[in-house]
Design a protein around this ligand. Structure first.
Ligand code: ARG
Length: 589
């Protein structure tokens, strides 16, 4: 294979994640052309024509004009004539045709269908795969990372959905993923809910979901602080006692932390996620100072008015204090330590942080500091930054407790889904609730993932659940429709079919199915589950249009069998694609 061509196919993620896009038909075009053009062939020029009737692939001949001293039109015509002979017997490329300065290639339709369909009807991995084992990389993905003073909110939901989806996508391209979560369980804000519990909790046990119970005291604290400024020093004093290892304070801390974490775990269960490793700030917040001090000794950092500072002007970033003049460390100090610890704990190849865009500068500085320290994996750290989530009514707030609570949203989604289901079907309550749970979560997850991670977004619960719009339930619905066709057939599906029966409409749909693998590669390497969302919506649309005008079960035998395999393939791809978004399918809606 010519080198150029390979490089074009290679996708390298910013953190060193590396995998190949795979397009075996395009590769076949490369083989044909490189025999013809030798060193003058440039694989990166192969493109997909704007109109599929022109051909499946095209090669522009402009750059050959200089070499052959002829017009591009003449060149493409001449090569087309020569290819007519050399393509005889080629089982992948049926023919080539010149069209102005372009040379167009047509893949043999039955070969194309057979290749794509045979992959798609495999339930577990319906994507076209390159034979041979993929190079496995170990990737650490940190997400959620909540604070133990209050429950998870809407922003966390976006974070968690992204974290889980990029993890699954990374796994789908052959990586081994370690899901981590950094629990912020220390600091003044944690002491605030502890202080309020001490004042008003009176040893009470939680009478509601335990993280909500803890969060209520945090809200109460903030209400009180508005009236009584004298309370802030009390929280500071509590932090001092905590750091000094005061027994009573530690006992209270442990108790409330356990409640918070228990509550988070319930929400994680509800969302279908689990972590491989929790890191706790209480265990690492003092660490990192040694690394910074060594850095100072080696002249990597400088001293300024007693503080240790990283000069980041070379990176065009503001300088960063790493240890304050009173010797205390900060958020950045522990992150320097943690960044290294993660690699050490797992022998990982790369490390991803799913954290909101308000911390963009923090991570730019962190990675720059790691580089200054000569940490060889600095370039393999990646901040997956995501934007704010608003509700139609306006911005979500956090301090005052007007937070949009994650659990509330989840249960609200289930309620809306339940209403939708009851409007449509008459089924038993328990069954309706079971379906509502899956549909509600699907609506939520798909909607949060559909927007490009970098962009701010507005979450609209009603819109997210529409069975007809660009939503998770719409994709689930299409899956259920495909499943119902297969159920109605109610016989074992014959996989030995005649691949020459497919017409133009079918080939368009089949080619879309064939694009699934590279969609996964694109999405995984760019950390954009939104690419999968878009693909699934497009596939659904093409499939629904096709199904609308093409009889499947009423077609004559050979056609029916061939069409059933399309239905089966689409169904598998929809299930697989939704799974990558953390969404479960339902055989019936
Ligand atoms: N707990 C932090 C917050 O709520 C996020 C932590 C992000 N992770 C990290 N390694 N700094 O803002």
């Amino acid at each position: 294979m010519p080198r150029n061509d390979k490089d074009k196919n290679r996708k390298t993620g910013s953190n060193g994640c590396s995998c190949y896009k795979y397009d075996l038909f395009r590769d076949a075009v490369s083989v044909v052309l490189s025999k013809e053009l030798k060193d003058d062939f440039d694989g990166s020029l192969i493109e997909v024509p704007p109109d599929h009737t022109f051909g499946d692939y095209a090669y522009p001949c402009f750059s050959l004009a200089k070499v052959f001293k002829k017009s591009p039109e003449q060149i493409s015509e001449e090569i087309a004539v020569r290819l007519e002979k050399s393509l005889v017997g080629n089982k992948v490329i049926a023919r080539a045709q010149n069209r102005g300065p372009y040379l167009n290639f047509f893949v043999e339709p039955s070969y194309l269908s057979k290749t794509i369909i045979s992959a798609a009807i495999k339930k577990s991995r319906p994507e076209l795969q390159k034979p041979g084992k993929k190079p496995e990389q170990k990737q650490i993905i940190e997400f959620s990372s909540p604070n133990t003073n209050k429950p998870l909110h809407l922003g966390h939901l976006r974070n968690i959905c992204l974290g889980e989806s990029v993890s699954r996508l990374s796994e789908s391209i052959g990586n081994n993923v370690i899901r981590t979560c950094l629990v912020n369980d220390r600091g003044t804000h944690i002491c605030k809910s502890m202080l309020m519990y001490k004042k008003e909790g009176k040893g009470m046990e939680p009478d509601k979901k335990p993280d909500h119970f803890v969060g209520d005291f945090y809200v109460k604290y903030n209400e009180l602080e508005k009236k009584d400024k004298g309370i802030e020093p009390e929280a500071q004093e509590m932090l001092r006692l905590w750091e000094a290892g005061d027994r009573e304070t530690l006992t209270l801390w442990k108790k409330m932390k356990r409640w918070a974490v228990e509550g988070f775990n319930e929400t994680y269960d509800e969302l279908g996620i689990r972590f491989d490793k929790f890191y706790y700030e209480s265990e690492i917040y003092k660490k990192g100072k040694d690394i910074v001090k060594t850095g100072l000794r080696k002249g990597v950092f400088k001293e300024e008015k007693g503080a240790i500072v990283a000069d980041l002007s070379k990176e065009k970033l503001p300088n960063k204090v790493l240890v304050r003049s009173d010797g205390t460390s900060i958020y950045m100090t522990q992150d320097i330590y943690l960044a290294k610890l993660k690699f050490k704990d797992y022998g990982a190849d790369s490390s991803v942080y799913v954290v909101g865009s308000e911390q963009n500068l923090h991570f730019q500085q962190l990675f720059a500091i790691l580089k200054l320290l000569g940490f060889s994996y600095a370039e393999r750290c990646y901040h997956l930054s995501y934007g704010m989530v608003y509700l139609p009514s306006g911005k979500m707030k956090s301090r005052e407790g007007v937070v949009v609570d994650a659990d509330d949203i989840i249960s609200q989604m289930k309620d809306i889904a339940l209403k939708e289901i009851r409007k449509r079907y008459r089924i038993r309550k328990a069954e309706a609730e079971r379906r509502a749970a899956k549909i509600g979560l699907s609506a939520l997850k798909f909607y949060l993932l559909m927007t490009d991670p970098g962009k701010d977004m507005t979450f609209n619960p009603e819109e997210s659940i529409s069975f007809e719009g660009e939503t998770g339930p719409y994709v689930q619905y299409t899956y259920a429709r495909a499943s119902s066709i297969l159920r109605k057939y109610n016989k074992k599906i014959d996989k030995n079919i005649d691949y020459t029966t497919y017409g133009d409409d079918e080939l368009v749909l089949i080619k879309k199915m064939g694009a699934y693998h590279n969609t996964l590669v694109d999405a995984a390497c760019s950390y954009k589950p939104s690419i999968v969302c878009r693909y699934l919506l497009d596939l659904c649309q093409i499939f629904n249009e096709y199904y609308h005008k093409t009889p499947v079960l009423k077609a004559e035998e050979a056609q029916m069998k061939a069409r059933l395999l399309i239905v089966m393939g689409v169904r598998n791809i929809l299930a697989s694609g939704l799974k990558k978004l953390g969404i479960d399918v339902l055989p019936v809606m």
